[in-house]
Design a protein around this ligand. Structure first.
Ligand SMILES: CC(C)(COP(=O)(O)OP(=O)(O)OC[C@H]1O[C@@H](n2cnc3c(N)ncnc32)[C@H](O)[C@@H]1OP(=O)(O)O)[C@@H](O)C(=O)NCCC(=O)NCCS
Length: 181
């Protein structure tokens, strides 16, 4: 995963958090290559506005797809699988923050059923990881987008299930050449 997506400190941190029930990491694979990922944050949000208006909401974070693999549906599928898991676990809604200038991601979220909340923009801190292993904190103002989840959705043998610290999934409805973990 780190070979293609880099950000070793980030993934080390998220996998450690996942082991303690803080959230879960989904990784999309194509032919043994990690091509995208998303981390679902289940702990209390870091931003006070989110804790006040959406207490206990699950957060989609760090959705990314390798530049050479974009525009092929992988980002949408990562989002969909995360939402399916959350609905199956009983979550009623999911939220995320997206940078004001990130028009592509905003389009994706809008198309996938997310709508901006009515409580204004929120100042967040983005952690940017560099290839040399260092990272920096960058302030970022975000739109908060929210989506209600279908509560009646339950996992079937063909839907994802989380086991231990990793989620393994093969679903015939996904693009054929993508594996999920
Ligand atoms: C945002 C991001 C995750 C989207 O990932 P992606 O895999 O490109 O997303 P998708 O392929 O599902 O959708 C992107 C576009 O491709 C189109 N698309 C999807 N499958 C397609 C296909 N088979 N053929 C042609 N176009 C396709 C979608 O309709 C969408 O079009 P749009 O840009 O007009 O909305 C990716 O651009 C990324 O990693 N960006 C940098 C990190 C980032 O900004 N993350 C979001 C943080 S909030």
């Amino acid at each position: 995963m780190v070979r293609t997506l880099g950000q070793k400190p980030y993934f080390t941190d998220r996998l450690t958090r996942q082991d303690t029930g803080h959230g879960f990491l989904l990784v999309a694979w194509q032919e043994e290559v990690a091509v995208g990922d998303v981390y679902v944050w289940l702990a209390p949000a870091e931003e006070p506005e989110l804790r006040a208006h959406l207490p206990d909401v699950a957060l989609i974070t760090h959705l990314e797809v390798l530049p050479g693999r974009r525009n092929a549906g992988i980002g949408s599928e990562l989002l969909r699988v995360a939402e399916e898991l959350l609905a199956a676990f009983g979550h009623e809604r999911v939220a995320l923050g997206v940078g004001l200038d990130n028009r592509g991601a905003q389009r994706l979220y809008g198309r996938c059923g997310y709508a901006e909340w009515p409580h204004g923009k929120v100042a967040t801190t983005e952690v940017v990881y560099h290839p040399d292993g260092t990272h920096e904190l960058r302030p970022e103002v975000c739109r908060i987008m929210v989506k209600p989840l279908n509560q009646h959705q339950r996992p079937t043998p063909h839907q994802p299930s989380l086991t231990g610290s990793r989620c393994h999934h093969r679903n015939p409805r996904f693009p054929r050449n993508i594996d999920w973990s």
